[in-house]
Ligand binder design. Structure first.
Ligand SMILES: NC(=O)c1ccc[n+]([C@@H]2O[C@H](COP(=O)([O-])OP(=O)(O)OC[C@H]3O[C@@H](n4cnc5c(N)ncnc54)[C@H](OP(=O)(O)O)[C@@H]3O)[C@@H](O)[C@H]2O)c1
Length: 395
């Protein structure tokens, strides 16, 4: 890939998805006006409950709710299933009459419309809660207006408690509501201490441990599609399926960036294309015979001029969240073109040394003093590995 003037990672297109909010991993979530330290504690519980809907509720957001009376949790709930009752409804049902006079903590503004279920605002009003604390407004204009409706019914409402954590939890939902043209792209790479993706021989081998691998499969479960470059397919013949995490409601499709349509017909991906969709992003100049052969075995081919066109085409095919797992060349191309939103790095305690495949070698060089610094959104250990999630693009 040519080291053309970069539009993305090196150009300063860096922002926290929630503006100036602090990173949730720092534990210094700003106090929202009118909130208390207890509000933060109970909202964290609501956010943890929301996470239980991972892989089951998309394209809806993950939402958790906690009902608290006199400092004690009397009801909990989360949005469990796409099309099913919302978090508030479950929590209110668990609380029963104890909800009267209580505070409801909800990780997203309660909805104010009749969709697949009734408006949560009316359920909260009917239960006679006296206070509602929510982490963030609903970016979906169809469902928004809940805060105003609750206030008009005389309920005290506080917003913005744990806002940055809530935004991160539903970053792909927020993006999909605001941007209908491109998917949200998470780029996940497993690297050595010296930033390499693979050793000099490029032999297939796990860099990270079983805990990281399970975490990656849980991340896969939240994507609409999992993508790799053709170099990775030729080296590793991956299946790109969810196997080490609970199965998602809809299995993610597979995507291969492959300008010359080199995907072998005997590869695991091509051989299973009729069972689980495989999208091939080729160049317009890809040999027609190969395209025809792959189309004939069920592969969907998107012939495009540029990487961004390929992503646009995927969005049209229903991919709102694309989870790209490398390798080095496609990672650099996506970063260079400013197409990555979150970068997730799993760093393993291993040094691969000279000749190893550097994860970012195809990006233009930067001076340490001027290279833009990425915002750290999350950082945690998985076994002996360290996972860091960075915000790359803020839109
Ligand atoms: N540790 C990890 O997280 C990890 C993850 C994945 C892979 N790997 C390892 O990394 C190695 C493969 O990495 P890689 O860099 O060689 O392969 P890659 O990034 O998977 O694929 C590179 C190929 O992608 C194609 N491509 C399509 N669109 C492109 C674009 N816009 N820009 C650039 N390339 C584009 C190019 O082939 P065409 O020109 O023919 O289109 C290019 O040769 C393997 O050893 C694999 O095991 C490690």
């Amino acid at each position: 890939m040519a080291a053309s003037p970069t539009k993305g990672i090196a150009s300063g297109l860096l922002a926290s998805p929630s503006g100036s909010d602090p990173s949730p991993h720092s534990g210094t979530e700003a106090h929202a006006p009118g909130s208390t330290p207890d509000d933060v504690r109970f909202m964290r519980r609501a956010l943890a409950l929301a996470e239980r809907g991972a892989g089951q509720v998309a394209p809806n957001p993950k939402v958790g709710a906690v009902i608290v009376r006199d400092g004690v949790i009397v009801g909990e709930g989360w949005h469990q299933q796409f099309g099913g009752p919302h978090a508030e409804v479950h929590a209110l049902a668990a609380a029963g009459p104890a909800a009267a006079g209580a505070t409801a903590y909800v990780s997203l503004e309660p909805c104010n419309h009749r969709g697949k279920t009734g408006p949560c605002t009316e359920a909260l009003i009917a239960a006679r809660v006296s206070r509602v604390v929510c982490a963030m407004r609903d970016p979906n204009p169809v469902a928004a207006g809940g805060i105003e409706r609750l206030r008009s019914a005389g309920i005290e409402v506080v917003t913005g408690v744990c806002a940055s954590a809530a935004h991160m939890q539903n970053a792909t939902f927020v993006h999909a509501v605001r941007h209908q043209v491109l998917p949200f792209v998470t780029l996940k790479l497993a690297v050595s201490i010296d930033g390499a993706l693979a050793g000099p021989s490029r032999q297939r081998a796990w860099l990270t441990g079983p805990e990281s691998q399970a975490a990656v499969h849980a991340m896969r479960a939240e994507a609409d599609a999992i993508g790799v470059g053709i170099g990775t397919v030729l080296a590793d013949d991956p299946a790109l399926t969810v196997r080490l995490a609970p199965p998602p409601r809809v299995s993610p499709a597979r995507v291969v960036f492959d300008r010359r349509a080199r995907l072998p017909q005997g590869s695991l991906l091509a051989a299973t294309a009729r069972e689980l969709p495989v999208h091939l992003i080729t160049g317009v100049e890809a040999p027609a015979a190969r395209v025809e052969a792959l189309t004939g075995i069920g592969v969907t081919v998107h012939a495009v001029k540029e990487l961004a066109d390929g992503l646009r085409s995927l969005r049209l095919a229903g991919v709102r969240h694309l989870f790209v797992e490398g390798g080095a060349q496609i990672a650099s191309a996506l970063l260079n073109d400013g197409l990555v939103h979150h970068l997730v790095i799993f760093q393993a305690p291993v040094i691969l040394g000279a000749g190893a495949v550097c994860a970012f070698a195809a990006l233009p060089g930067q001076d340490a003093t001027t290279a833009p610094r990425l915002t750290v959104l999350d950082r945690r250990g998985y076994g002996d590995d360290l996972m860091t999630r960075y915000a790359v693009s803020g839109d």
